[in-house]
Design a protein around this ligand. Structure first.
Ligand code: ADP
Length: 500
């Protein structure tokens, strides 16, 4: 493989890792794909290939699933390792990750394109925190006792047991954090895992696999694969030895996962797309609402499933809000994630660049107007200017479909009826998140009750915590990630009744 010149601003360890020969973690060993095939990894700021990683196919998935099965059925993970030891392994992993914070921030910035400062302040510390939080849960996953009324005397209790082998498929928008969201609870509950990384952003997950080995997880408990969706994700979702599949990605692929899981009726959880409204009432603190709704869409370049991509503002404040958000959008400095001045990096891939540009063009062709952005940002690299579209109509593609880029559609509402406003906000197939901007507690909480979404933020957006359940109503998914609720989908419940 030809050596690829990497950005000289990178730390030597990071460059060395990116340029190294990458291998997947299967059964406690770092291995190539059985076919020897690799897939290219691009630097989104330049469009150049910067690494190659193994291209797993069905045979590799099978090897990993068998290893995870053995580790669950026969290895020390179930019977010899206590809940407290599982917790300590997760804490050890968190400590190792924290001690490599800078390296992971660089990997994330290089691979995904996000500004280094964002990866440093958000992605890596949130992943560390998640592993610690879930490590704490390992000793707190409990059943209950029940006062049953069946004639006679009985002692009845429930056990919460791990499901078994969990397949996990993650996207490219927060590569490390998504790996943490998936691995943390699965391992805390005592499952074994086959994790497939996103083909666009495999580097931080592969480095995490090294730390998983260093932390001392028994072989086969965590297997980490790189490969394409159809080549590796689909056989994982369909595999008979896999008891549960946890997927984060597009709603379209989520539906394919449901189909693939049918064979052995494996359990399925899905964290899918969104078209989240940010709703500004006329009594809101407008400076905060403008800054907050701009950040709701432009954080992580709009590549968040919960991005506030529909900005609904009351007609009395609409012009000011649009002007304020457009002003912020036009001042955002777009550039390489490694440049300290950069506030927004490139989109993750050529495909996303084409997709997002296509959405902007379709909106403009159908009569929308751009008050900021609306055009490609650079000759090379996948840069798109933060864009604000007005004069949209409810039936337009930009309103109905998830864009997953830095594009917000602003719409006025001419109403003071809470139910009608909520109906408009709920007029989407998605139901992941929403934010409400108002200084009126009653309006805020009435809206919170009426919005059909798994998360409602009041006077904030994109506030995440390992303790908070996250997931979607409607076509935004099945089940919840994080918090204590996540264990509902990483454990089986067994009712045990003894006649006394
Ligand atoms: P995005 O559109 O944001 O790239 P996708 O839903 O296409 O999101 O991809 C998210 C993850 O799902 C990636 O790891 C990808 O490889 C995987 N994936 C894509 N297609 C399939 C499929 N048919 N079966 C299983 N996994 C898939």
């Amino acid at each position: 493989m030809a050596t690829i010149a990497l950005d000289p601003r990178l730390d030597k360890n990071t460059s060395n890792f990116i340029s190294s020969e990458h291998r997947m973690l299967i059964d406690g060993k770092f291995v190539k794909a059985a076919s020897g095939k690799t897939l290219p990894v691009y630097n989104p700021a330049t469009g150049e290939v910067m690494a190659h990683v193994p291209e797993a196919e069905a045979v590799d998935v099978d090897r990993a699933a068998r290893a995870a099965r053995r580790a669950f059925d026969e290895g020390p993970w179930q019977r010899k390792i206590t809940a407290s030891q599982r917790g300590r392994l997760l804490w050890k992993l968190a400590d190792l990750l924290e001690s490599h914070l800078e390296e992971f921030a660089e990997l994330e910035s290089m691979d995904n394109g996000k500004p280094l400062a964002v990866a440093r302040a958000a992605d890596v510390p949130l992943a560390v925190d998640l592993f610690r939080y879930m490590g704490g849960w390992a000793t707190k996953i409990m059943g209950q006792t029940f006062p049953i009324s069946f004639p006679g005397e009985y002692l009845t209790y429930t056990l919460r047991e791990p499901i078994g082998v969990v397949g996990q498929i993650i996207p490219w928008n927060f590569p490390l954090l998504m790996a943490a969201w998936k691995l943390g609870p699965a391992l805390a509950a005592g499952n074994t895992v086959v994790l497939k990384l996103a083909e666009q952003t495999p580097l931080s997950g592969l480095r995490l696999a090294e730390l998983i080995q260093e932390a001392g997880f028994p072989e086969g408990v965590v297997n980490v694969l790189t490969g394409y969706g159809e080549g590796a994700g689909a056989p994982l979702a369909a595999h008979d030895l896999v008891d549960k599949i946890a997927f984060t990605g597009s709603t379209e692929v989520g539906k394919l996962i449901v189909g693939a899981a049918r064979g052995n009726l494996k359990k399925v959880t899905l964290e899918l797309g969104g078209k989240s409204p940010a709703i500004v009432f006329p009594d809101a603190d407008l400076d905060k609402a403008i800054a907050g709704t701009a950040s709701a869409i432009f954080f992580n370049h709009g590549q968040c499933c919960c991005a506030g991509s529909r900005l609904l503002a009351h007609k009395d404040v609409y012009d000011r809000v649009v002007e304020g958000v457009s002003d912020i959008a036009s001042k955002i400095r777009v550039g390489s994630g490694l440049d300290p001045e950069t506030q927004m990096g490139p989109l993750v891939s050529e495909e996303q660049y084409q997709r997002v540009s296509g959405f902007i063009d379709s909106g403009l062709n159908e009569g929308a107007k751009a008050t900021a952005g609306g055009r490609p940002a650079a000759e090379k690299g996948y840069f798109v200017h933060p864009t604000v579209l007005t004069h949209t109509k409810p039936e337009m593609k930009v309103i109905r479909e998830e864009i997953f880029g830095p594009v917000v559609c602003a719409m006025p509402f001419n109403d003071d009826d809470i139910d009608r406003i909520a109906r408009e906000a709920n007029d989407t197939i998605y139901g992941l998140a929403a934010s409400v901007w108002t200084s009126n507690l009653s309006i805020a909480n009435k809206m919170a009750k009426r919005l059909k979404s798994g998360t409602v933020w009041i006077n904030c957006h994109n506030v995440f915590d390992a303790a908070l359940p996250f997931g979607g109503y409607k076509q935004s998914g099945w089940g919840r990630e994080m918090g204590g609720d996540v264990f509902n989908s990483y454990t089986e419940v067994k009712a045990v009744t003894t006649a006394l």
